[in-house]
Design a protein around this ligand. Structure first.
Ligand SMILES: [Fe+2]
Length: 280
């Protein structure tokens, strides 16, 4: 079995859930490896809101539009969103895309403990996906409140634990509340990953990507498509695609504010010598 770092965490420190998503797996994955939308779509409008999302004071929200750096590896890639923050600082958030459908990202528990988290978008068929959501703390046990996942919207409050279907869904307009949208959150939809599912499902189960125009903010998605196409060719030729070796087992993800001019790679010590094949 693949030995992702989260699979090695003790159960006390680890939480895993799953939820059905009504769209193609790659449509979900591409949302998960896009940093550009996150501090806009998932932002809160009020410091006092207790809903899931990023508060106005969060440096992720205060930062300006990100510059993306993608480090290609033999498992997929690491990528960083680098956002100018005021005059003297920058906000760095790193992610990993592990072929073919895993995302690893930095996160925080309901009580503010630093976590490493991620999703796996596993296809059920071309138009339906089972999303596995995991998070663990390297240092602390998770609480019962953490396990409700109220902020993300993946726990028993938001997802039926018998059918793994989201209670907020396309049929009920994702329970979008216009009063909440006016006063508390950008979308008016409760739960960060409920917001993601709303966007990823409501565009249609499989969107025709030949009609879209990608730009610099889509660099990570462009690279994911290139790597997946290459993997198809590799397998067709009888080879082993990227992401089948052990190189990703120890990966973490990070979020920091650093002074301008600092080498941001210092926050990713798990990227050992030789792991990065090419930077784009
Ligand atoms: Fe998102």
């Amino acid at each position: 079995m693949p030995q992702f770092a989260w699979t090695q965490a003790p159960e006390t420190h680890l939480h895993v859930t799953k939820v059905v998503q009504d769209c193609n797996w790659l449509q979900g994955l591409e949302g998960g490896i896009d940093t550009s939308h996150a501090p806009i779509m998932h932002r809160l409008l009020s410091e006092t809101s207790t809903r899931g999302g990023f508060k106005p004071s969060n440096p992720f929200v205060r930062g300006k539009a990100p510059r993306l750096v993608v480090d290609i590896t033999d498992y997929g890639y690491q990528y960083a969103g680098i956002r100018p923050l005021g005059e003297a600082e920058m906000h760095i958030r790193t992610y990993h895309f592990v072929m073919p459908f895993h995302q690893i990202r930095p996160s925080r528990s309901e009580s503010g403990v630093k976590l490493i988290a991620g999703h796996a978008w596993v296809p059920i068929d071309d138009e339906t996906t089972m999303v596995y959501n995991w998070a663990y703390s390297p240092t602390e046990a998770l609480t019962e409140t953490d396990r409700l996942e109220r902020g993300l919207g993946n726990g028993p409050v938001h997802v039926d634990p018998a059918t793994f279907r989201s209670r907020a869904n396309r049929a009920n307009n994702y329970l979008l509340d216009r009063t909440v949208q006016r006063n508390e959150s950008y979308t008016g939809i409760d739960g960060i990953n409920v917001q993601d599912r709303a966007i990823q499902e409501s565009m249609g189960r499989v969107v025709d990507r030949s009609k879209e125009h990608l730009g610099p903010a889509d660099k990570a998605i462009i690279q994911a498509r290139k790597l997946l196409r290459q993997a198809v060719k590799t397998v067709e030729a009888g080879g082993s695609p990227d992401g089948t070796g052990p190189s990703y087992y120890t990966l973490h993800a990070h979020e920091e504010v650093l002074p301008n001019g600092t080498d941001w790679r210092q926050i990713t010590p798990e990227m050992r010598e030789g792991m990065i094949l090419q930077t784009v």
